[in-house]
Design a protein around this ligand. Structure first.
Ligand SMILES: [Cu+2]
Length: 486
């Protein structure tokens, strides 16, 4: 495997010769002379925008439910205003950056053209403090999405909002639609996200190359059957910007059906979700329809989305998002009748059932990629450990990584092997994977469990430079990111 030793390699010693080499190294694309760099393709000709919106990132004092926090958010609220369009429509969002620092907006999960993907250093220059920037893109696929900055650890403040793409042909089949955004919260009430990141960076960790069984650094955290799932203890966990002591209440009538769209916008927290007294029917994940699956509870990792259908019983019910492996939970109430509200620490029995992993779902008919053998297979290792804090892919941190190269029209198979004792929600931009292990389930964010090898295919039908990274924002910022380029 040809290598270019950068100055950074020599300093950190992260030569990437361990895990990746043992597994056969990076596949075909690294052979031969280095390919010419891929540039961001020009913006395609787009229809007149059907949806126009303004977005104002700025500093605000927000009420989290009796607790106020001075934070960074969109248009003075957490979450930001829901943005909605029909599938195929062109969306135009004018951003005026009111933050004291540069920012960007990434439209998470949308199969948009590369120049609108919102990743500074890869698809655009950052939006300077005080500057304006306009994103214009077509949103081709219906589903539940969200948007957030791709700048530093800004997502760990209040900078996120839901993005719903409707299919006008889809029969409604429900009486209520509720959008729930989950978050882990410290900004303005605890340590700031930049300080948390700085503390991690001060450990000057290098990536351990082999299997890493280090369980250090998890002091005070509970255990999860999934292994380590989070690094940081947060003061609060929120649903729709509210702490559990002052939850939002959703109202309906008994027997009505609710479509519940859940987005995990947290930086470092995987949630276990259940609705007391109810069975959930999972209908979609990451925007795409699945074979309806009933469950009492489910896991949702950072960057994942899930749509549920629930037929509501009579009474007052807690919908709980428990911070997996941590202490605390987010709460929202569903009220269809009389009764006193449950307390902030309510623990419905459904939480203790075996939660569904979204990557274990099966795709609905019609949602699969056409079946095809891969043209290219890439081995991707996930590396790192808690102590000292260091995370990477293929033995490298972002900046000294080797981008994955392909060419338009190819079917690319990524074989992700998690060499760490932590679960990582891996996210691909501009594409939605097909998971052959699950009949071709479509996902753009998939939780790769400790020591698991997970195979994810994609069709290279959207050229450009696409970020591919862990959606634990601290892992990504420390270096657990690379790109797919063609
Ligand atoms: Cu990670």
């Amino acid at each position: 495997m040809p290598r270019n030793f950068s100055r950074r390699d020599l300093i950190t010693g992260s030569l990437g010769l361990g895990a990746a080499a043992l597994l056969g190294g990076c596949a075909v694309s690294t052979a031969g002379p280095p390919p010419t760099p891929v540039s961001v393709p020009p913006t395609p000709v787009l229809d007149t925008p059907a949806v126009r919106a303004a977005l104002r990132p700025g500093i605000s004092q927000v009420d989290l439910g009796g607790i106020t926090a001075r934070t960074w958010c969109y248009d003075g609220q957490v979450p930001g205003t829901l943005l909605r369009a029909n599938a195929g429509e062109v969306v135009q969002v004018q951003v005026r950056n009111g933050l004291p620092v540069e920012t960007s907006v990434h439209w998470h999960g949308i199969r948009l053209h590369n120049a609108a993907d919102g990743v500074p250093g890869i698809t655009q220059d950052p939006i300077a403090a005080g500057a304006d920037y306009t994103y214009t893109f077509r949103a081709p696929d219906p589903g539940t999405y969200f948007f957030h900055p791709h700048s530093g650890v800004q997502i760990d403040r209040g900078l996120y909002a839901p993005l719903i793409i409707d299919d006008p042909a889809e029969p409604a089949g429900y009486d209520h639609e509720w959008v729930l955004v989950l978050d882990d919260w410290t900004d303005g009430v605890g340590k700031g996200p930049d300080d948390i990141l700085a503390a991690f960076k001060s450990e000057h960790g290098t990536i351990s190359q082999g299997m890493n069984h280090d369980m250090g650094g998890m002091g005070g955290m509970g255990r999860s059957p999934l292994g380590d799932v989070g690094d940081i203890t947060y003061p609060y966990y929120l649903i729709n910007g509210r702490i559990p002591a002052s939850p939002q209440t959703l109202t309906a009538r008994p027997g009505q059906r609710a479509r519940i769209r859940i987005i995990n916008a947290a930086a470092d927290t995987l949630f276990r979700v259940a609705l007391g007294g109810h069975t959930l029917t999972v209908t979609h994940t990451d925007g795409y329809p699945v074979q309806a699956q009933q469950t009492k509870s489910l896991y949702i990792a950072q960057g994942e989305r899930v749509d549920l259908l629930v037929t509501l019983a009579d009474g007052v019910f807690p919908l709980v998002a428990s911070a997996e492996g941590k202490q605390g939970q987010g709460l929202i109430l569903v009220r269809t009748g009389s009764g006193s509200a449950p307390t902030a620490t309510v623990g419905p029995a459904e939480l203790d059932t075996d939660p569904l992993l979204l990557a274990a779902l099966m795709p609905a008919e019609g949602s699969r990629l056409p079946q095809r053998e891969p043209d290219q297979v890439e081995q991707v290792t996930l590396n790192g450990q808690m102590k000292p804090y260091a995370w990477g892919m293929n033995g490298k941190t972002f900046g000294s990584d080797t981008p994955i190269r392909t060419s338009a029209g190819r079917r690319v198979r990524l074989q992700m092997t998690n060499m760490t004792m932590m679960a990582h929600p891996m996210h691909i931009h501009g594409h939605t994977w097909s998971l052959p292990g699950n009949g071709g389930l479509r996902k753009d964010t998939v939780l790769v469990l400790p020591m698991q090898t997970l195979t994810a295919d994609l069709e290279a039908d959207n050229p450009g430079r696409w970020a591919y990274h862990c959606h634990n924002i601290y892992h990504a910022e420390i270096g657990m990111m690379t790109t797919l380029q063609y």
